[in-house]
Structure formats: C-alpha cells, structure tokens
Design a protein around this ligand. Structure first.
Ligand code: PEP
Ligand code: MG
Length: 892
C-alpha cells in the first residue's frame, strides 16, 4: 500500500528534513523540528505524490487516502487530547500548502478549521474567552469562504467595516463577543447568498474542501506566474500539511510572529523579527496592524515605543532564542521562522532557509564560514551568481542632496528611479515598452507579483519588514521601501501625496531601499564599493576556479571597470566601437567613400595614430594582462549615415555631394548584412584596413611597453572565419606588419594570431584551422545565429512566444543552446586540441557572462570566459561553482 500521509508531533515524526520532494519544504521541516524535540503542534503532511495523482486523475484522490487521513487525525487528536469533529472537545486544525521550493504567499491557507456553530460554544467555554472564540470562528468563515468557496474577501470586509462604523469602533479589538456573533450571522447569510448553500458545518466536509482547495491552488494564476519567474517545474506539486491549531489570539499572554535568525537585509548576526500580541499569523503579514520588534536592541534601533517580546514575555522569548540557535546550527543556514505563543507557551510553526538580499547572502555565507559552521567552498557554492548584480548596481550618490518626501522602512536595499505607476498591470505594460517604473501601492499581494518584477523599485504605504512587499522584493533583489505611512495614495485619482507634494502617475520618483527614503525626481547615483565580504568571497571563489575570466571592453573606462571587478584580461576588444567617436568617424567615412586603394590608404593614415593611442592606452591599463584585439568586423554600411538629414549633414561636413554618399550607401546595401560583407571578408577584400589595424596594435604595444616598462604581448583575432585559407591570407599580412614594426622600432612585440569560431563550418573544420590559429574564441552570438538560422537582431518578434510556450527552454542568445551550439563548441574544442594540444580556448559571446553557459564552458574545459565588465564578478563566481560542481561530481 502506498504511504500518502506522514504524521509528526510529540517529539517525533514519520518523515525527515531530507524528504522535501515528498513532503514539501514546510512538511519536511515540521517533521525535522519534531524529530529535534522542538515544540511543534502535532499534525500530518499529505505528500506531493497525492497532488500529482490529483492532477493525473481529474482531481480524484488515491483510494487509500481517506483512511490514512482518518488514522492521522486520530493520532493528532491523541497528542492534542482532542477529537476532530467532536463538538464537545473539538480538535481544530490549520491546512497549509508547502511545495518543494518555497513559494511565499502563492498558495492558500485555512486556519481554525473544525469550528462550527456547536464547537465555537465549547471553545468559548474552555478558553474562558468568548470574544476570542467568536473572532476565531468569523476568521475561519472568511478564510474558508475565500479559499474554498471562492467568495471574495471584500464582501466580508465590507460587513465588518459597516459594523465598525455603525458602532463607532476603530479597531477590530473593540468588537465584543456579541458583535462578533452578529458578524458571523451576516457572514453566513453572505455565504448562502453567494454560493447558494449554507456554510458547511460538518468538520470533515470542511477538511476535504480545504485540502482540495490547497491542491487546486497549485494551478492558480499567481502560483503559475511565480513558478515561471523562479523556474519551478509544475510537475513538483505541493504537499498539504494539516496541523493542530495553537492560538496566538488567546489574549494578552498570547502572540504570533515571524523572525529571521540573521538580519535578512544586511546579514548581520542578530535575531530579527516582528510579532503581534493577541493575533493570528495572517495579521502579521497582512500589514494591517504595525508589528512590534522581537528584541530590545531592534526596538531601540527602530526608535519604537511599543514593547519588545524580550520585555513583554521574557520566558517565551528565551525559549525562542534558544530554538533559533539550535535550528541555525542544525540547518547550517539562516532560518526564517514562524512561531506562536499560546498563553505563554512557545510553539514553532515553520522553519525554512530565509530569503535575503545579495548583500545579506554574502555576509551570512562569509560569517558562517568564519564561524566554522560551513566551509569556504560551501560559502562560495551558496551565493547565486546572478544575485551579485544587485551589488554591482548603483546607489544614491553620497554627495547628492536629499530632501525625502517620506521615510518608510528600509525593506530591500538599493536605489532606483522611475515613473510612478499605481498598478501592477501598468508597471508591466510600461516596462514592456522599455520604460522604468516605480510601483507605488498601499500594500502588495501575490496578485501584484508580475508588476513588482517589472518595476525598478517598490513603495508601499502599509506593512512591515516582513510584509508581502518586503519579502518578495528582497527575494527579487528589487529596492523596496515599505510602510511609508505618511504617503497617501489615491488609486482612483492616480496620485500620491507626500510631504505636502502631490505627484501623479508618470512623475519621477527615486527610492532608497537601504534607508527607506522616498525622493522626488531622479537623484544622482554612484557605483558601490566592492570591499568587505564581497572581496572575501570573491577571493575564495578565485581559489576554487579553474577558468580565467576576461572582459569584453574597448574603451579605457570599460577596461578600468573590468579591472576593478577583477577581470584577468580583455577577451574581446571590438575595434569598430573605437571608430565612432569624434573625428574618427570622419576618417572612417572617408576611407569607405574612397574610390581607389590610394584614397583608402590616405584615410587610413589619419586613423593610424588614433588607433595606436587607443591600443596603447588599453595595454597600459591592462598592465601586462592579455588583451585580445579583434580586427574590424561589421558591414561597412553601418558607418554611413542613413536618414536624409544625416546624409545632408555628413555630406556638408565632408565637403562631398550628398548624392555620392547616397550612392555609396546604396552600393553597400545588403539583403542579409549579417551573412554579407563583414568579418574576415573585409580584411581580404581591403587588406590595407587590417594592415593599418595590425600596425596600430604593434606600435601601440611598443609605446605601452616603453611606458609600463614591461613587454606587452598582443593577441590579434580574426572574425567570422570559415576556412583556414581565409585566416592564412590575413595572417600573412599581420606577420609582415609585425616584422616591419620590429624593424622600424627595434622592438620585437610577442604576439599570437587566433580566430573567432562563429560559423558552423569553422567549428567543424577546427582541426584544419588550428594549424594556423594559436587560439580560438567562440563568438557564440554569431555561432548561435548561424547554427539556429535565427537572426540575432530580429528574433524578438517570435522568441518570446517560443520561450513562454516552452518550444525553446530559454532564449538561446542569453543561455547557450548546449545541445546544438554546444555540440559545435565541443567538436571545435576537440578538433582544435587534436591539432594543437596547447591551443588556448575562450568564449566571448554574451554567454560568457551567463552562469548556466559558464558551467557548460567548464565542462568543455575552456581556458577562459569573457563577458561585459559588469558581469565579471558573476562570471568569477559562476566559474568557481562550475569547478566545484565538477570536482564534487568526479569524487562522488
Ligand atoms: C559573437 O558573435 O559572439 C561576438 C562576440 O561577436 P559580435 O557580438 O561582435 O558579433
Ligand atoms: Mg560575432
């Protein structure tokens, strides 16, 4: 018989923490906490296999499930000394979802299940608190009706608001038991009206309704969106945990809260969290009441006068602190916890790895390694390379003048500017047309997730550091200011009022998620410091890594940034980018317009000193690190003006007839320029261009060598080669130029000549090409384009549909198509090495900065990856993780 249900409680469990696939994260961790002897309310988990079965069999459960659930309910009842369905001694339960990966707030939860008109009377009696009992019942009706019967929350909120207004109440806690009874009657009438049936009184019917709703919530829109954004497969399914209720709303000695064992924003090793007295869990996350700090230290730091848990309930606090230490040690990671205190007794409801900012991730990993809790290699393996992006991006310039309109909570660090929008849909629409937006909401809910993703940053006027907005923004690495209570948002008028200023949709706002400031207009930003834990962890990554990391850079500015980020050379200098600036473009155009070789040479003579200086400067900045310079690659027409106005302007500046410019542009026009007159083809047709560039490279190396006092080695790379013969023609010119410069200057510049591998034919004939090439650099942008037959410049019109429909697993221009393009890379590497065992192999397409593609490069044994300067740290870390992964696989 298949086991579908796993019980826990009474300091033991049938499951363990390792059974995440089967029990979901929540179920596995509840089992683990029970096994550790922690105070966990007894319960049971229905496995993810039931979810799979449910969807494979038109929402039917496996035959044995009902009996297994009944047996588990009985066991829970024994531990809790209550009986499910017995009105005289009712066992009340919570029903929650829990997938293998955490999906906060994405699926549904029902609390206080088992309450009905009869058992609520018992609850009032046994608790000695009628108010509490009826409040719990009305919460249950509201949650159940929403989650299971699909009746919108607002119906119930309207009823409650009407009652409060009628009676002149301000807070929910002002309502008496009598008031709650009246509310319950109105709620039940609403259920009857909306669903055509009375609210179910049978606890078993309630339970199966809730279980079905949780399984169904796996397929709700927000869960689907969350899975898509986080690469969670649909096939995993969710588990359902049913657990005896404990109540944080049983009066002033009860409380409920959430906490992190370390600060999730900064990573500081300090218990960090919030709680509410006399409340249920949903009150904390809903952001309706402002939660209190758990520790005294945090209370003081926040300048709050609401007492901390530490002073309010010192005994429960001490137990809780001990529990957090135990859990962090046990899991060897920062934990995110949910707890309830029922009349002074602590209960643990959940523990899981805490979501944190990139900065916090780094600090936690480095400090845990220094504490000996994990190894340095573990620390390296734990950081998501892409998350470093958060640290490499701008912060508000410390010198900028700040006049904040409002200050909220520093919910997720980083700064961002953008146009104000008030809805998630609008955020997404504007983002899709390339605009930057700040999403301003009273509060966010899981329905807003797509808009949060689209926004540069998020502001909410309500909710704490653990509100939905704060938790989700941190997970996404978006700057967020939450609970900026002095801002008044008017959705209908599409305005916000703050600090006496009214801003409307489309106005520019800047936020600083590091200190909670909300500022009007666009404020100057600066790049962050890369020291401290960042430098430490990168140092550990560098020890673990095998592949070198270079940058694609051509300007001095890019080269400097690349070096500051730890680039070990330049893997691709696209010389054409140097052709566009100032006076250069004039000479470039003259060269293109020249009708004779002599005319071209005259124009090239003007370019020579400029290119020489460009290269010398790059060599100087890189100070002996390898620099790979690529000969001119793009089609020549890219350098000519296109619109009539531009043509007129350029013609005037050059003193030529517009007609001449137009005619030359027409000559150069191509139907498929990407497969046309470009790359090595230019160097063969107009050898004088490659000669000028080679001369500039060698002379630049001599100049830089004299300046830096060390010999500079040049790596010259030929683009878009398809045959060895092509490379040989160009190579002969380069060699001749090297000899000429050596003779003229008396300095012999060491150099290597290599080729890009950007065409399938080049990959297949790599064995042959390697006879002439001393290195290969895989130009996977063009190699993807030419292998897939997909234009890199025109793919946007259909590629989005391909990836969302799953026709392609990912955008092949972002993440290397390992099966197709990767196969060619492998073949080229093997054949190249067979000819020339020490051939140097690298990659310089965009994939050189993509972690998944970097792992592939490691598996092929490339010598280096080269990527844009801002991605260098990401590539260093990804290369380290790839090397560690390979090592682990080979020792396993
Ligand atoms: C490539 O094709 O991958 C490459 C790096 O060259 P470019 O992007 O300049 O064509
Ligand atoms: Mg290319």
């Amino acid at each position: 018989m298949t086991k579908w249900v796993y019980s826990f409680g009474g300091e033991k469990a049938e499951g363990t923490g390792r059974m995440r696939d089967l029990l979901g994260g929540k179920g596995a961790n509840l089992a683990e906490m029970a096994n550790l002897g922690l105070p966990v309310p007894p319960g049971f988990t229905i496995s993810t296999e039931v979810c799979t079965h449910f969807y494979a069999h038109s929402k039917q459960y496996p035959g044995e499930l009902q009996a297994q659930v009944e047996a588990a309910l009985k066991a829970v009842g024994m531990l809790a000394e209550r009986v499910f369905g017995d009105a005289a001694n009712p066992l009340l339960v919570s029903v929650r979802s829990g997938a293998r990966a955490s999906m906060p707030g994405m699926m549904d939860t029902v609390l206080n299940l088992g309450l009905n008109d009869a058992s609520v009377v018992t609850l009032a009696k046994t608790s000695g608190d009628e108010r509490f009992a009826y409040d719990s019942y009305r919460r249950f009706i509201q949650m159940y009706s929403n989650v299971v019967l699909d009746i919108d929350h607002h119906h119930f909120e309207d009823i409650l608001e009407a009652m409060k207004e009628d009676k002149g109440y301000i807070l929910d806690t002002d309502l008496s038991a009598e008031d709650w009874r009246a509310i319950i009657a109105a709620y039940k009438a609403k259920v009857q009206e909306a669903s055509g049936k009375p609210f179910p009184q049978d606890p078993r019917q309630q339970l199966w309704g809730a279980i079905g709703a949780v399984f169904s919530s796996w397929m709700n829109q927000r869960a689907i969106t969350y899975r898509r954004l986080n690469d969670i497969p649909e096939s995993w399914g969710t588990a359902v945990s049913v657990q005896a209720m404990v109540f944080g709303n049983m009066g002033e000695t009860s409380a409920t809260g959430v906490a992190f064992t370390r600060n999730p924003s900064t990573g500081a090793n300090e218990l960090y969290g919030e709680f509410l007295v006399n409340a249920q869990g949903e009150d904390v996350v809903a952001g309706i009441r402002t939660p209190q700090n758990i520790t005294e230290a945090a209370r003081k730091a926040a300048g709050s006068d609401a007492p901390s848990l530490e002073t309010l309930m010192p005994e429960a606090f001490a137990r809780f602190v001990a529990t957090t230490h135990l859990l962090e040690k046990h899991y060897r990671d920062m934990q995110d916890l949910e707890f309830t205190i029922e009349r002074g007794k602590l209960w643990m409801l959940q523990t899981r790895g805490g979501k944190r900012t990139a900065r916090a991730s780094l600090r936690v990993a480095v400090e845990m390694a220094n504490e000996g809790l994990i190894s340095q290699e573990d620390a390296v393996a734990r950081i998501e390379p892409a998350s470093l992006d958060q640290l490499l991006h701008p912060m508000i310039d410390p010198k900028a003048i700040r006049n904040p309109l409002a200050i909220g909570l520093p919910a997720s660090p980083g700064a961002a500017s953008g146009e104000i929008v008030f809805s998630a849909d609008e955020a997404e629409q504007l983002r899709n047309i390339g605009r930057k937006v700040i999403l301003v909401r009273i509060e966010t809910s899981p329905e807003d997730i797509h808009g949060m993703h689209a926004a540069e940053g998020i502001v909410t006027t309500r909710g704490g550091m653990t509100s939905h907005a704060a938790v989700v923004a941190r997970g996404m690495g978006k700057p967020c200011v939450s609970g900026a209570g002095t801002i008044r948002v008017d959705y209908a008028a599409q305005t916000m009022v703050a600090g006496g200023v009214t801003l409307k949709k489309g106005d520019i706002l800047t936020i600083d998620g590091g200190n909670g400031q909300v500022l009007q207009g666009a404020i100057a930003m600066v790049k962050p410091e890369l020291t401290g834990e960042f430098a430490t962890l990168m140092g550990w990554a560098d020890q673990a890594r095998r592949m070198k990391v270079r940058a694609n850079a051509e300007t001095p500015q890019d080269a400097r940034v690349a070096r500051s980020f730890g680039a070990e050379g330049i893997g691709l200098c696209r010389t054409e980018h140097m052709f566009f600036e100032g006076e250069r473009i004039v000479a470039v155009r003259e060269m293109i317009l020249a009708e004779t070789e002599a005319g071209r040479r005259a124009a090239l003579a003007k370019l020579l000193p400029i290119q020489r200086r460009d290269f010398a400067e790059l060599f100087e900045i890189m100070n002996g690190l390898p620099v790979t310079i690529r000969l001119l690659d793009p089609p020549l027409h890219e350098f000519l003006p296109h619109t009539e106005a531009e043509i007129a302007e350029v013609a005037k500046a050059m003193g030529v007839a517009p007609q001449k410019l137009r005619a030359r542009a027409a000559d150069l026009h191509e139907v498929n320029p990407m497969l046309g007159f470009r790359g090595v083809r230019i160097a063969i047709r107009y050898p004088e261009i490659a000669e000028m560039q080679a001369r500039a490279i060698f002379e630049g190396a001599v100049e830089a060598g004299a300046k830096t006092g060390q010999p500079i080695k040049a790596e010259i790379m030929v683009p878009l080669v398809m045959t060895k013969a092509e490379l040989d023609v160009v190579k002969a010119n380069i060699v001749a130029m090297a000899e000429a410069v050596a003779k003229e200057t008396g300095v012999v510049v060491p150099y290597e000549i290599g080729t890009m591998i950007e065409l399938p034919r080049a990959a297949l004939r790599a064995g042959d090409i390697a006879k002439s090439a001393e290195f290969f650099s895989f130009g996977t942008n063009d190699l993807t384009q030419t292998t897939l037959g997909v234009s890199r410049d025109d793919a946007a019109s259909f590629l989005g549909t391909y990836t969302t429909r799953g026709v392609l697993p990912a955008d092949p221009f972002v993440t290397l198509d390992q099966e197709g393009v990767g196969e060619l890379v492998k073949i080229a590497a093997e054949r190249g090495r067979a000819t020339r065992p020490d051939i140097k192999l690298g990659i310089c397409g965009e994939h050189g900065g993509d972690p998944a593609s970097i792992a592939f490069c490691e598996s092929v044994g490339l010598d280096y990856v080269s990527c844009s300067p801002f991605r260098v740290p990401i590539a260093r870390l990804a290369a380290a993780q790839a090397a560690l992964g390979r090592k682990a696989a080979s020792t396993a």
